[in-house]
Design a protein around this ligand. Structure first.
Ligand SMILES: Cc1cc2nc3c(=O)[nH]c(=O)nc-3n(C[C@H](O)[C@H](O)[C@H](O)COP(=O)(O)OP(=O)(O)OC[C@H]3O[C@@H](n4cnc5c(N)ncnc54)[C@H](O)[C@@H]3O)c2cc1C
Length: 457
């Protein structure tokens, strides 16, 4: 039997589902040349840049009072020389969509990889700890077999959650406890909530059993990831991006698309909708979206993630490239200002799921206390070194309702093709639709460029 790799399989499934709606432009009396992009995140900005370079008139409508969406660099006023990220952090060495954009925008990357300490039941383990032998053997066997999987196996995997699948292939309860802490930081929720197909695709080619594997956590934009956002906007014609402009309605009439905002209406030949699918139900589409697409938007969830940046007067942790996975409420810590000039430094706590909700329910003082309590396991110096904290609970963000899309078991092969499908002259882009980099800034850029290319024909 001839087997398809997962990408070929998904592409075939998607094309079967959606046809090629923009072929009609080939026969249009006037070639299309204008587009309104909804959302000034990396996806919308990459799309706008691609079209503007080819002479299209583009307007980007953004709901927030700043561009960048889930990319947002932050500086404490007590230490303005240090930069940290409230949203997207790492860029991977294999993530060619965003790497190409960084090169084009002349943005410099710096190393941002970490070594992993482990804190379980109050016991701190230094890098070098290992998973069990049965887990390592089971993983090796699975990773080898996965290369030969075909459509039937992909469907079977999509119906498993990642936790159940790892248990099935030999992971012990102790391994699963650790994997849950680590993998949930990638997934954005518990690994019991994630499709095993999505996770297998993401991890099968990585050095999964090596706790120090960077797995696309390699770089960071020097000076902050928002520099990339600013660089793209600087290349767009002045006035292209309109802030404080939430789109409330999208109408198609006589071959043109009109976007309604409180600031007025914007009409163009086409629209690229590059906002998260979680906001789709709040937008009035006319003609209406097919019920299945609307339901898919309602069903796709975004993970609960809370980032708390902990500004410290000195770097009391054991190494510049320090990262810690723990069963404490702060969940993960990493030294986000590694490589930036000291002596002050910022540890970022990255809490997922229920832990993110627990921290979000606290005020900033309560979170600071929690962070100090957890950090005392690293060093007694934590008590005096913590200066202040700054947090963002993405699950409470009104323009995403979470951090990044989490495809539950069975949803990757069902929801994603529906969400991807164009609606008349509205194309969809964004991290959640990426085939090869879902959840990442890379996926946002890739889908934005792909939507622009589909318009260009
Ligand atoms: C805490 C956190 C950590 C992350 N870590 C990483 C990481 O390490 N590496 C990585 O690669 N990725 C990471 N990501 C994911 C990455 O940030 C996102 O995948 C990417 O930035 C999404 O870009 P986007 O353009 O698809 O969506 P967004 O950035 O969400 O852009 C969409 C824009 O649409 C706007 N919008 C919404 N509704 C409307 C409306 N009605 N009208 C007009 N505009 C609207 C929003 O305000 C937003 O600006 C992280 C994300 C979070 C939250």
């Amino acid at each position: 039997m001839q087997t398809l790799n997962r990408r070929e399989f998904l592409r075939a499934a998607m094309l079967a589902g959606c046809g090629w709606p923009f072929a009609r432009y080939l026969h249009a009396a006037r070639p299309p040349s204008s587009c309104v992009v909804v959302g000034a995140g990396l996806s919308g900005l990459a799309a706008a840049h691609h079209l503007a370079k080819r002479g299209w008139k583009v307007t980007v409508l953004e709901a927030r009072d700043r561009p960048g969406g889930r990319v947002s660099s932050y500086r404490f006023k007590q230490a303005p020389e240090l930069v940290c990220e409230m949203g997207g952090e790492w860029i991977g060495k294999d993530q060619h969509h965003i790497l190409d954009l960084c090169t084009e925008m002349n943005v410099t990357l710096e190393p941002h990889a970490f070594r992993l300490w482990l804190l379980l039941s109050g016991q701190l383990k230094s890098p070098g700890w290992q998973f069990s032998e049965p887990a390592r053997t089971g993983w090796k066997k699975f990773a080898a077999a996965y290369k030969h999987y075909g459509p039937q196996e992909f469907r079977r995997l999509d119906n498993y959650d990642w936790y159940a699948w790892l248990r099935k292939i030999g992971f012990t309860e102790d391994d699963l406890r650790i994997r849950e802490i680590i993998d949930s930081t990638d997934i954005g929720e518990s690994m019991r909530d994630a499709s095993a197909l999505v996770e297998a695709e993401s991890y099968a080619g990585s050095d999964y059993m090596n706790p120090d594997d960077t797995d696309e956590m390699d770089y960071h934009v020097k000076g902050g990831n928002s520099r990339l956002v600013d660089a793209v906007i600087a290349r767009l014609p002045a006035g292209t991006v309109r802030l404080n402009s939430p789109v409330t309605g999208i109408f198609e009439r006589s071959g043109m698309v009109t976007m309604a905002t409180a600031q007025g209406k914007f009409t163009a030949d086409a629209c690229i909708f590059a906002a998260p699918s979680s906001v789709i139900p709040s937008i009035h589409f006319d003609p209406p979206l097919p019920p299945a697409k609307l339901e898919a938007a309602e069903q796709l969830e975004y993970g609960r993630i809370m980032k708390t940046q902990v500004l410290c007067s000195k770097r009391f942790w054991p190494a510049e490239n320090f990262a810690l996975m723990s069963d404490e409420t702060s969940h993960e810590y990493f030294h986000t200002t590694q490589g930036q000039a000291g002596p002050m430094g910022i540890l970022c706590s990255y809490a997922i799921g229920d832990k993110a909700d627990v921290l979000a329910a606290e005020d900033e003082a309560g979170r600071r206390e929690q962070m100090v309590r957890d950090l005392l396991a690293i060093s007694p110096d934590a008590a005096n070194a913590v200066v202040t904290t700054h947090s963002k609970a993405w699950q409470n963000d009104p323009w995403v309702h979470g951090a990044y899309a989490v495809y539950h078991p069975g949803q990757w092969l069902t929801l994603r093709p529906l969400l991807q499908r164009p609606h008349g002259k509205v194309l969809f882009a964004g991290e959640h639709l990426s085939e090869d980099s879902q959840g990442f800034m890379d996926g946002a850029v890739g889908t934005g460029v792909a939507a622009a290319k589909a318009l260009l024909g």
